[in-house]
Design a protein around this ligand. Sequence first.
Ligand code: ATP
Length: 309
Amino acid sequence: MAAIIEIDRLSKQYGSGTKALDDVSLTIDEGEIIALLGPNGAGKTTLISVICGLVVPTGGTVRVGGHDIRRDWRAARKLIGLVPQEIALPPFESVMNCVRFTRGLYGMAPDDAYLERILRALALWDKRDAATRELSGGMKRRVLIAKALSHRPKVLFLDEPTAGVDVALRREMWEVVGDLRREGVTIILTTHYLEEAEEMADRVGVINRGQLLLVRPTAELMGEFGRKTLIIDLDEALNAVPASLMGRGLELSADGRSLRFDYDTRADRTGIARLLGDLAGQGISVRDVSTRQSSLEEVFLSLVSEEAA
Ligand SMILES: Nc1ncnc2c1ncn2[C@@H]1O[C@H](COP(=O)(O)OP(=O)(O)OP(=O)(O)O)[C@@H](O)[C@H]1O
């Protein structure tokens, strides 16, 4: 797949001395959805702002559709739509006029047929003549998306699209993003919600203190998190894992009273039934079994705290 965004060794140090981006490199392919995860102040908004030409980097380069964002900013900007974190709309303007106006800012000829399509897709067509102050918070957010799409960008940035919105609305936003992807729009979103990244993104990038700690396909990450641990509490303590059960990845606790067994939840055969059968065959009686699973949340937190250490 062709690369649409190429970020090479990007850094940004603000005048205050804060290093918001530290040597970030990332290539994003056309049509993919990538979620950037990271705690407050990690540098997510700065990264988006640099790509969109709103913040000047102190080092490195960014190309959008092959155009350098600094030397060739006009061509790069045309390919980009940005949905900012803050909702700011002219309160007395109608929805349709807002969207028309934004399209005009990009120097594009009027195209009401296209704008109708996006307003319909965003379930705003019925509200096209309403003043924006009459809309609910969720509708306002969708107007921001309509504005960002008004010039038919190839790349859409969503900066915390569902911050502070309720569960139903969050699901609705996810659907909108899914529809955009089907249209071939590349989407980069920032979020604090791991569930959101899981639900929508092809790849997840974790940013902390200006550094991109990892970028991995979501399915691959989820695959890792698909691993579970079975904890088997024993009636009587063992001194060691029985020889006949060696090589199965069993781990005995320090007090000898429980065994841990890692398995893949998605495997056809997890090996649990056989293991329990074999334990019984060895005359080892089991008092209780429980499972635990590390979530994306835990892995994310451990990554971020390792960095801080
Ligand atoms: N205009 C600015 N001047 C000085 N420092 C800034 C400016 N904008 C952001 N910063 C600092 O840069 C760092 C990264 O901020 P940024 O807004 O990019 O983080 P973020 O990951 O988007 O956070 P959040 O999740 O809270 O939106 C923070 O330490 C922030 O205080």
